[in-house]
Design a binder for this molecule. Structure first.
Ligand code: SAM
Length: 322
């Protein structure tokens, strides 16, 4: 087991199936970048081998399939059953929900028990303004379908001062009413936000203000979260839970256990570090040699983690897997 000076090791793997996305969210990509896959993306068998080696070499216990938009990837139908057979405690998916209805059969027959859907507003016009693609009703119908089939649903929302901070309460009410857990993700200073202008500073709407907003209508208490959880979790008695992924306000770097595999075969140890490691040559090797090389690569990847806090990076989330 590879452990660093902070006692951190890789337990959670995020796998980006493709960099392509059917949205172009204002906070994720600059104009006109929708639907672009990486120049070369791993095939389903290559990705399955990479994941299987990582599970063995790093001791991965939890895996999340992401992207880009994972349900858009032609690999999804072949890769999901392969991943579901690996010795993992938990497999989940993060999606924008636009293609849930099309992929419902594959999803439900896979045995996956939970899913995160990204949704920043319940207002159809605002939805189009933020996502710059897709349709709100389609997402809501998809969520309903999976929920009625018994999947546990979490909703991810990125609150922004001028675009959707007024949606915090309606979104929370919607989630509480349906038994979904709402996760607010503090805006991260990544990609074009980091590279240009002061849009990030203008739009950042952090934990303190989120809690103040919720406190106007609800009473809540902070609850215990697992050691390496990135979310601070709150309970609204007799109603449910919500969480805040407070990258800025309460950084979780010192207990971060995440490892990322990008769709084009690079390992990233940290969202806030553009350094990455090409796993593709390892996929050509026999098992013994591959495991030895991967151990060395994982030591270097673990060293890429930030010590204390998220500094921001010009890398784009959809390329390395949000
Ligand atoms: N397409 C899928 C989706 O929409 O959930 C998966 C990929 S998306 C990059 C994963 C998550 O990253 C989404 O919940 C999205 O809101 C979040 N995200 C992207 N850019 C972000 C940023 N700059 N700050 C905070 N969250 C961001």
């Amino acid at each position: 087991m590879i452990v660093d000076a902070f006692g951190r090791r890789f337990r959670n793997l995020r796998v980006s199936l493709t960099a392509a996305c059917n949205y172009a969210c204002t906070y994720c990509v600059p104009d006109g970048k929708r639907l672009q896959a990486a120049e070369y993306e791993l095939s389903a068998p290559e990705m399955a081998r990479a994941v299987s080696l990582l599970v063995d070499a790093a001791g991965i216990e939890k895996l999340r399939i992401t992207g880009g938009e994972p349900l858009l990837s032609p690999k999804f139908d072949e890769l999901l059953p392969a991943i579901m057979q690996m010795p993992l405690d938990d497999v989940s998916l993060t999606t924008n929900g636009q293609l849930i209805q099309r992929k419902a059969e594959v999803l439900l027959s896979s045995g996956m028990r939970r899913i995160n859907v990204s949704l920043d507003t319940l207002d159809p016009i605002r939805f189009r303004e933020i996502a710059r693609g897709g349709d709100l009703e389609t997402v809501l119908t998809g969520i309903k379908l999976l929920h009625s089939a018994g999947l546990k649903i979490k909703i991810n929302m990125v609150p922004m001062r001028t675009r959707n901070a007024d949606q915090i309460k309606p979104m929370l009410e919607y989630c509480l009413a349906h038994g979904f857990e709402l996760r607010f993700i503090e805006l991260m200073n990544m990609g074009h936000l980091r590279a240009q202008g002061n849009q990030y500073q203008q739009e950042f709407f952090g934990m303190e203000e989120i809690l103040e907003t919720i406190g106007e209508n609800y009473e809540f208490t902070r609850t215990e979260a697992p050691y390496d959880s990135t979310a601070v979790r709150y309970e609204i008695p007799d109603r449910g839970y919500f969480g805040i992924i407070a990258n800025e306000s309460e950084p979780f770097c010192s207990s971060c256990t995440r490892l990322r595999l990008s769709s084009n075969g690079y390992l990233y140890g940290c969202l806030s570090n553009a350094v990455c490691h090409d796993i593709k040559p390892i996929l050509e090797m026999d098992h013994h040699q591959a495991m030895a090389r991967l151990q060395t690569m994982l030591v270097r990847t673990l060293a890429d983690k930030q010590e204390l806090s998220f500094r921001g990076e010009v890398t784009v989330m959809k390329f390395i897997g949000g």
